[in-house]
Design a protein around this ligand. Structure first.
Ligand code: 13P
Ligand code: SF4
Length: 305
């Protein structure tokens, strides 16, 4: 991290001047995670954004995350350091297509993974993240639920609840590439090492997992596990702090294809420039704002444990 010394100092100075907080998703580049005030999964970062007393939130993540922060913290200025950081899964459902689907569903509640646009959230009853999806579905009074847009997360939730679930057929192009053969190969190379997977992985991969967790859930698992070697099935950005925070333990990524280009697009220079120039402000206007906020607030009101 020595080579980033000067830019880190510049960012610290700007952060103080602007009364800003820097949030980074667990998949961000190592140096971006290093300068962040908080790293976390989608749920933790949206809660931090909602509770923050800072005037400016620099959200090093992808567009839907900054948008959720802007909805939960409307009195703050939310910056997305690189405006091209999107999420292809979020783009797999449009508000027009969802409205058409809702006609068929005749009032069935829509549980919306946060990896969606604000417009899609606004058409949904409640949001969820990978950390709370089962609890959110269980919290609903209805026995039948429709989940959008991730088919893998939806199928995972279906395996954990008695409710009848149907779902949109979207997916994460990064996690979808992970194969059961790759996992089996690593399991045979590291006999006895537990395999921890993100619920966005395909079902045949999840069937091989010893634990299925959100990205922050994986940090908890790593800390608590007695295993010396842990196999990891999620985007490679998670590896930096896993290694740093768990000296003496070994973490092995089970595929080279686990890279999300959108999570890697934000550079440390982008973080500096957005703070310096106060650019790439994310704002959500009415009527979408209030409806999407309701779906996010309902999610945050679901007890965690
Ligand atoms: P988490 O909420 O588990 O960090 O996941 C976000 C994401 O985009 C996974 O691909
Ligand atoms: Fe979207 Fe997948 Fe990238 Fe997460 S890892 S931001 S779901 S494309």
């Amino acid at each position: 991290m020595q080579k980033y010394k000067d830019i880190f100092e510049e960012i610290r100075r700007l952060r103080k001047e602007r009364n800003a907080v820097i949030l980074a998703h667990n998949y961000q580049r190592d140096e971006v995670q290093e300068i962040a005030d908080h790293c976390g999964d989608s749920l933790a970062l949206s809660q931090i954004a909602a509770d923050s007393t800072a005037e400016v939130i620099v959200f090093a993540g992808v567009h839907f995350m900054a948008e959720s922060a802007a909805i939960l913290a409307p009195q703050k200025t939310v910056l997305l350091p690189n405006p091209d950081a999107g999420c292809p899964m979020a783009d797999m459902i449009t508000v027009a297509a969802l409205r058409e689907k809702k006609e068929e569903l005749k009032g069935m509640p829509i549980v919306c993974y946060v990896n969606t646009s604000a417009e899609v959230k606004a058409e949904s009853d409640i949001c969820c993240t990978s950390a709370n999806a089962v609890k959110v579905v269980e919290s609903l009074p209805q026995d039948e639920v429709y989940m959008i847009p991730d088919m893998n997360l939806s199928r995972y939730v279906a395996s954990k609840t008695k409710k009848k679930l149907s779902y949109w057929k979207g997916f994460c192009p990064t996690h979808q590439l992970l194969t059961a053969d790759e996992v089996r190969e690593f399991k045979s190379r590291y006999p006895g090492a537990p395999f921890v997977a993100h619920p966005e992985c395909p079902p045949e991969v999840l069937a091989l997992a010893d634990a299925i967790r959100s990205t922050s859930g994986m940090y908890d698992y790593a800390k608590k596990s007695a295993a010396r070697t842990i196999l990891i099935g999620t985007e490679m950005g998670i590896m930096y702090r896993l290694g740093k925070e768990n000296p003496g333990k070994e973490f092995v990524l089970v595929s080279r294809s686990l890279i999300c280009p959108n999570m890697k697009i934000t550079t440390i220079e982008d973080v500096r420039d957005s703070l310096r120039d106060m650019k790439n402000v994310i704002k959500v206007e009415e009527p979408v704002f209030s409806k999407a906020r309701l779906a996010l607030e309902r999610m945050l009101a679901v007890p965690r444990d």
